[in-house]
Design a protein around this ligand. Structure first.
Ligand SMILES: [Zn+2]
Ligand SMILES: [Zn+2]
Length: 466
């Protein structure tokens, strides 16, 4: 029988979690059905119990794959104006953007709306099917699941759906829009994919990956440990795998389970985040000043900036959509940049002001950033739908390129920032290490004297076991 990390006993590796947001080492409590455990210090959700995870996720991934094929094979929307008609598939918008010399925007839309969701489904099926069928797991199995996790933030089909809504409303005065077969498949797919993500318990995959014996031991008293961001394994630092980085200079620590790179803190986090934030701030200006598209209709030409697009919806009485577009395209990117600047400055000034609230702010910036892609999708859909020559056509403009760059740069900036620095600046690294040492030093199998993550049932938020 292959050893699994479930073999760890007492204070062993699988019973411990190193919070990826505040770096506190904690003992995982047993979870009630559908219950969850949260970090006692910052409130980050560490684990959630998901019943019948394998069967449910596999069924949903299979359904999702069928819907994905349908969504990409048939017309998505049709545009009818004065007897002329154009049909568009999901891919047409991408091809039209590339034709209009906007290859970067085309690539981003292709990746976020088509490739990333498709790859997520494919990787889920490849990883989960052998688990269901039993027998030997294919080589490279942990790497495939690691790629799945990397893809997660980049699948934005839900945001694309809002883009479709805005586009249809914008065009409704100009022409008739007819939904195609693909649109229905696409809408159902969004819910199926979301359900698959929520049904998936990553532990069902990771516990099948064999671990070397020396990693399956509990960390010794005071021994430094590292937490893997991908598979959440807690590894005694000296047992981590080592290889060279791309230039062969510095030895790099690798997770013995998923081969992900391990680091105590994200390397050069502050410098990289500052660089990305400043670049996004610079691009934010042309993104709002330059038009994102030009509409030619019956010989008349009109250029639209992001703001004039919001005003158009507002003037035509479509308040909810105007509000969505304003919040997603103008307010959210700026808010996200301001929060990141605040976090960077607070860390650099060594502030100890409310670390838990600052960690929560960071979590918000990570969650909201993707919604700013709405406007890029609106331009893509309009460009794909409206190309009837002089009668009606829509051209993507430079503003869309800058705007797309702002969204991607802010997403990378949030990923580059290491929230654990907030707690270091708070002077709590020492506390964390002391707590880590206490947790590691707990007698194996005995009553833990270490910090224990709080657990709660899904409906309540009843914390106990502190
Ligand atoms: Zn935490
Ligand atoms: Zn790992």
């Amino acid at each position: 029988m292959t050893p699994s990390n479930r073999d760890c006993v007492g204070a062993g590796c699988d019973r411990l979690s190193l919070c990826e947001e505040c770096d506190l080492l904690q003992r995982n409590p047993p979870l009630p059905p559908r219950g969850a455990s949260r970090c006692v210090r910052c409130g980050y959700r560490l684990h959630r119990h998901r019943p019948a995870s394998l069967d449910r996720t596999l069924a949903l991934a299979l359904t999702g794959m069928i819907l994905f094929v349908v969504a990409n094979s048939f017309p998505f929307l049709s545009f009818e104006m004065q007897g002329q008609r154009t049909e568009t598939t999901l891919f047409t918008g991408v091809a039209d953007l590339a034709e209009q010399d906007k290859p970067v925007v085309a690539a981003v839309v292709f990746f976020t709306a088509i490739l990333a969701p498709g790859l997520q489904l494919l990787l889920l099926l490849i990883v989960l099917t052998p688990l269901k069928l039993g027998g030997r797991l294919p080589p490279g199995y942990p790497t495939l699941f690691r790629w799945f996790k990397t893809m997660l933030p980049w699948g934005m089909m839900d945001v694309f759906l809002i883009g479709i809504l805005v586009s249809v409303v914008k065009l409704s005065e100009m022409a008739t829009i007819v939904p195609g077969t693909s649109l229905f498949a696409f809408v159902v797919l969004i819910f199926v994919l979301a359900a698959a993500h929520s049904a998936l318990d990553p532990d069902i995959v990771w516990e099948r990956v064999p671990l070397p014996a020396q990693v399956r031991r509990a960390p010794r008293h005071g021994e430094p440990v590292l937490g893997c961001d991908v598979c959440e394994l807690v590894v005694p630092e000296q047992e981590a795998g080592r290889d060279r980085d791309g230039r062969g200079r510095r030895p790099r620590l690798r997770c013995p389970r998923c081969r992900g790179v391990l680091h105590r803190r994200k390397p050069r986090s502050l410098q990289r985040t500052w660089a990305l934030v400043l670049a996004a701030l610079i691009f934010y200006v042309p993104a709002n000043v330059y038009p994102v598209m030009t509409v030619t209709s019956l010989g008349q030409t009109q250029s639209d900036t992001i703001f004039s697009g919001v005003v158009f919806l507002f003037e035509h009485g479509m308040l909810p959509l105007a509000a969505i577009l304003f919040i997603a395209s103008i307010f959210v990117p700026l808010l996200k940049l301001l929060i990141l600047i605040f976090l960077l400055l607070s860390v650099q000034l060594g502030s100890d002001w409310r670390p838990r609230d600052r960690t929560r702010l960071y979590r918000i910036t990570e969650a909201i950033g993707r919604w700013s892609m709405v406007d890029v999708y609106v331009v893509t859909i309009l460009v794909a739908l409206v190309h009837l020559g002089n009668l009606a056509s829509i051209q993507a403009e430079a503003g869309a390129v800058f705007f797309c760059a702002v969204v991607i740069l802010t997403m990378f900036a949030a990923m580059a920032f290491d929230p654990r620095l907030i707690w270091d600046a708070h002077g709590s690294d020492a506390v964390s290490r002391a707590e880590s040492a206490r947790a590691a030093g707990a007698p194996s199998g005995g009553e833990p004297n270490a910090v224990r993550a709080s657990s709660s049932v899904a409906s309540g938020d009843r914390a106990h076991a502190l």
